[in-house]
Design a protein around this ligand. Structure first.
Ligand SMILES: [Zn+2]
Length: 80
């Protein structure tokens, strides 16, 4: 997943993985099951590298009911 815009299949796969890990039907705290994967990949810069953490590339998922934005590790989806 190196391109900036996700295909519909990639978006469905991301949502499917999140749903498979959720303990109930709603992914968001508002229990709305409708989530949208935002195009583009986001980068979380580190203020300091002294802790040994690697920079993380993020995928953002938006709840279409309450607007909550959640970030997920891109690497996680590539490895699961
Ligand atoms: Zn919500």
């Amino acid at each position: 997943m190196t391109m900036q815009k996700f295909t519909d299949i990639q978006k469905e796969r991301i949502i499917s993985i999140i749903e498979s890990k959720a303990t109930n039907k709603g992914i968001c705290n508002c229990d709305n099951p409708n989530m949208r994967v935002l195009d583009g990949q986001y980068y979380l810069p580190l203020l300091s590298a002294t802790y040994g953490n690697e920079p993380i590339t993020l995928i953002n998922v938006l709840c279409e009911n309450c607007g909550r934005l959640r970030t997920y590790s891109k690497d996680f989806f590539e490895n699961n």
